[in-house]
Ligand binder design. Sequence first.
Ligand code: 3HC
Ligand code: NAI
Length: 692
Amino acid sequence: MTAEYQVNGAIAVITLNNPPVNGLGLSTRTAIVDGMKKALGDNAVKAVVITGAGKAFSGGADIKEFNSPKALAEPTLHTVINVVENSIKPVVAAIHTVCMGGGLELALGCHYRVASPGAQIALPEVKLGILPGAGGTQRLPRVVGLEMALNMIVSGTPVPSEKLAKTALFNELIEGDLMQGAQAFAGKVADIRPLPKVRDIKIDYPNHEAFLQFSRNTVKAMAGPFPAPLKCVEAIAAAVTEKFDDGLKIERDLFVELVQTTESKALRHAFFAERAAGKIPDVPEDTPARAIKSAAVIGAGTMGGGIAMNFANAGIPVKILEMKQEALDKGLATVRKNYENTMKKGKLTPEKFEQRVGLITGTLSYEEIGQADIVVEAVFEDMGVKEAVFKKLDEVMRPGAILASNTSTLDVDKIAAFTKRPQDVIGTHFFSPANVMKLLEIVRGAKTGKDVLATTMALSKKIKKTGVVSGVCDGFIGNRMVEQYSRQAGFLLEEGCTPEQVDKAVEKFGFAMGPFRMGDLAGNDIGWYIRKRRYVEKPEVTYSKTADLLCEMGRYGQKTGAGWYDYKPGDRKAYPSQIVNDMVVKHSADIGVERRKISDQEIIERLVFALVNEGAYILEEGIAMRASDIDMVYLTGYGFPLFRGGPMFYADTVGLPNVVMAMEKYAKGRHGDAWKPAPLLAKLAAEGKTFN
Ligand code: 3HC
Ligand code: NAI
């Protein structure tokens, strides 16, 4: 049963019981209505209490049912709420822990609501690209006021119940035993008539027209490509201007419109993708994890400092080891400066600043880090240097310590083989800036222990990262795919584009940054260094030489004041560079390519489908466990537009046969070999299937 029914004296209790969060799927909705029927038919019952078992009152509608027949099957959430609201016996919602979305809408249909302090109250639908579709936009403004409701619905942010204690949302906040208090409350109100209904409350807001217009303007400016926030305002406006039932209808129509949008599907995909990424089929959730109470980082460079900050932010003391005092001092000073900047922005209190800075210490001696529970190596991207470091770590680290490498491309199995404990070695690939970017690629070596993997996954949560597991290959999931993207970007320059044209098209598509602005930010020398190795290892792979020519000019990017673009001192804005454009045009002439006008559509197709095709290889080879993991890597580490759901999801929405057709077209052009569809892509396209 997904809801239980029990009678205690004159009070019937309906307890939602649909773990993990009492989602209001069809069976739960049916069970609530059945419970209500029993209560109404039992003369001994004077009032009903609805609550939730386990760790939620209710997390809302079952998102997995959306776009499926179950979502529309009777009793719908509307029907359930109608049954509750029209009950001739009072119904009390007993709210605790989590009361969100449809769960809150159900509570708003009850005649009374009591809650425990600390319950998270929200209408978070907007985060899934929809709006509350079961009366939330009509009822919430009636109990918490227009302004508060608008903030809650447009942001989707949870508000703790005690902050809402003074509003008409709650009749009582119950400090002690919730169920005891709720049943006592139900007993008190059992005979009061008429039964209060939220729908009957009038919204009184002077000059609401001006407020709503102001809200529309603000929300429009902030919503970007997402349609839902503005539709939320429209639905809330109807609560003020229309009769209750007309407002409900407007809300319903807007909900139906939104639930079918690609943006909403993409957001829901991302929601489940994030949760799926945490699951490793052969590493059960109860795999015992090792305790991580202290950490060490080798290398205080760009990445090392940021990685150390992650540990300190989670309250884990961390020692950074460097070769020379000067490099150590520089690294620690950068960390301090970063925290100071956060403090200046008001995002860190002086106490927390001291605490975090205090957790990060430096050393030049391996002996001092030997007792750490995990050590993350972030030295130069060079196998020789990594070899020396891992051999040393094998000597000094205590048994059971996790030895992690932040390598962005190198073979983690080879690194593991430098030690006598490959089971303890794992890749933890952070993204720059490591203290900011959400993604953590967790690279599972052939011999990585399951407990090491489980511990690292748990650690990723603790340090607030999205951990995605990747197998071992050159570049892992993200950088291996980005290589194909960068190759196409280079070819586009040779064939007729400027860096600015490519970046503009990519940014219009929704990426946070185009490939050339990104190169200037990260440092073009990094790619140059990696290409030099690849030219030797994979001589058959073709690249545009434009990026090498750029580096030969010393134009490494923002750090050298010049890259694909020009920069002015103290100004991060990218100015198109005549020198670079001339270099690009000359290069086309040198290699005998006639430049042509290239459309934005071609730019996007070539860049994004290059990602998709490599993603398909990665999936087929088992480097990624699922297509949605690849999407998470791109959404959280590469600025892929969230409203498009990630490259693999995007390909699904374009239609895989269309992707293959476009690739066949590009296969006829220069470097056509890049456009051979991965067997998995060709197969899915032929079968009319999708990646996700
Ligand atoms: N439907 C289906 N499954 C849900 C769900 C929902 N509404 N909310 C959470 N889950 C599932 C998750 O997928 C996950 O499943 P898994 O263990 O199989 O991966 C599990 O519940 C636990 O989720 P979390 O890992 O997120 O657990 P937390 O304890 O960290 O957070 C939560 C719990 C705050 C409820 C969080 O899951 C959340 O924010 N959920 C989304 C809530 C939401 O958006 N509700 C609105 C739904 S739309 C709606 O109600 C429409 C209505 O207006 C008509
Ligand atoms: P960096 O050059 O900024 O820093 C490396 C630091 O390691 C330097 O301070 C150097 O003094 C120190 N170092 C070198 N050898 C050492 C040794 N034997 N013992 C102790 N310290 C030593 O390099 P960065 O950018 O921080 O990269 C570090 C690692 O992280 C590389 O493997 C790189 O591929 C990877 N990475 C880099 C990203 C980036 O955007 N910079 C992103 C993700 C991974």
